[in-house]
Ligand binder design. Structure first.
Ligand SMILES: Cc1ncc(COP(=O)(O)O)c(C=O)c1O
Length: 397
């Protein structure tokens, strides 16, 4: 099948469709403006309230708002005392922040390959990588689908390890009826602009462990014994002590104003995402060249991503050219992720190379994420699906 010149002209008239877009209501904008007027430009009462609401939403004992998920991951490792000589097992199919925060602590990231049914870390591979130096399993809930937490928790118990979670994609996800954020020893969420809920930049750490919470709060605020915002209110005192070498990883009330609203809308966002996913899957299922994402039956998937896996053997087009053809039709896509072992920095520092993790390598060769965000219309989904189908059909060998 070839594209007709007339088709191209029609397609050109369609506005560009990004791969992701936040949904910010007028009410939220008004609350942000009110917050600025209130004078609480940094951490204050709205951040406290956001922490409480998030804690109640996930059902954890504590929630600490931070400046990003990266900051949250770093704080979790710092608070647990992870340092030189320690090993942290994680997945090669993740964003660089998961690994960078381990390296910042001078600890060693140890990569374990993924399962091909959900693209999450494979518990059997994790077990095989445990050594006397292992201290933490860092589970990453790829695309919003929770990892096999029972299996990971059993390994952690057997070897006396901490189970940490990078839930950058998984706000609103659940595993066997338990919300992500209430299961592992500590969990970091991202509220970056394109995530399931957003504060522009921002994140949250949840934990049921009092000691970890205390340390994370301390380290979030330079290691100072007092919350800075208390210093400036009527009951505050000028006195503080530095008890540890901390950082400035706080969330502002301006961000929290947005976060409070976004949290209240999160379940609705995920419902809409799930409907879009069903629609995509129904439309694309007729293409045998695609492996489509599926939710495992024991999870509530947060559907942050819709990753498709192109099986290129019988096609004259590969993943990279498919991305370009979609781009030419005004459709944005992304790749989650260029695996850790493909990046020069980790090849040099960790001694890893392409081909080291066969499942990740196979998947990455054909992996791309289609547009997925709550404001997408049914017509947008049809447009993307039709474009994918048309390109694939026209490149069949
Ligand atoms: C898996 C994963 N972990 C961590 C992060 C970092 O999140 P943030 O941008 O909030 O620091 C991201 C961001 O995209 C991510 O995808």
């Amino acid at each position: 099948m070839t594209t007709q010149p007339g088709d191209a002209a029609t397609k050109k008239q369609l506005p560009p469709l990004p791969y992701c877009q936040p949904d910010i209501s007028e009410e939220e904008i008004a609350e942000v403006v009110d917050t600025i007027r209130s004078g609480w430009l940094t951490t204050g009462p709205k951040t406290r309230l956001f922490e409480e609401r998030f804690r109640d939403y996930v059902g954890s004992k504590h929630a600490v708002a931070v400046s990003s998920c990266t900051a949250g991951l770093h704080l979790m490792l710092m608070a647990a005392g992870i340092g030189e000589g320690d090993e942290v097992i994680t997945t090669p199919l993740t964003f660089c922040a998961t690994v960078n925060t381990i390296l910042l602590q001078r600890a060693t990231p140890v990569l374990a390959d993924i399962c091909l049914d959900d693209y999450n870390i494979d518990p059997e591979q994790v077990e095989a990588k445990v050594t006397p130096h292992t201290k933490v399993i860092m589970a990453v809930h790829y695309g919003g689908q929770p990892c096999r937490m029972d299996e990971l928790a059993a390994i952690a118990r057997r070897h006396n390890l901490l189970l940490f979670e990078d839930a950058a994609h998984a706000s609103g996800a659940a595993y066997r009826g338990k919300m992500i954020g209430s299961i592992g020893d500590a969990t970091a969420f991202s509220f970056y602009v394109i995530k399931n809920m957003t504060t522009g930049e921002g994140g949250m750490v949840t934990t049921n462990n009092d000691e970890l919470e205390d340390k994370i709060r301390l380290l979030r605020l330079h290691g100072m014994s007092h919350d800075a915002w208390k210093r400036y209110d009527a009951k505050g005192s000028w006195y503080y002590e530095v008890l540890a070498c901390g950082l400035n990883y706080k969330m502002t009330d301006v961000q929290s104003a947005l976060g409070l609203h976004q949290l209240a809308r999160l379940d609705g966002f995920i419902e809409r995402r799930a409907r879009i996913v069903d629609d995509y899957t129904r439309r694309l299922a007729r293409l045998p060249e695609l492996v489509l994402p599926k939710a495992r039956e024991e999870v509530h998937h947060a559907w942050h991503l819709y990753p498709i896996w192109l099986q290129g053997e019988r096609l004259s087009i590969g993943r990279d050219a498919l991305i370009e053809e979609l781009k030419a039709r005004g459709i944005g896509t992304s790749v989650h992720f260029i695996p850790i072992h493909y990046h020069p920095y980790y090849q040099q520092t960790l001694g890893v190379k392409q081909g080291d993790f066969p499942n990740t390598d196979r998947l990455f060769a054909g992996l791309l994420s289609l547009p997925l965000f709550p404001r997408m219309t049914d017509d947008d989904v049809a447009r993307v699906s039709d474009a994918v189908e048309e390109i694939i059909v026209s490149h069949r060998l």
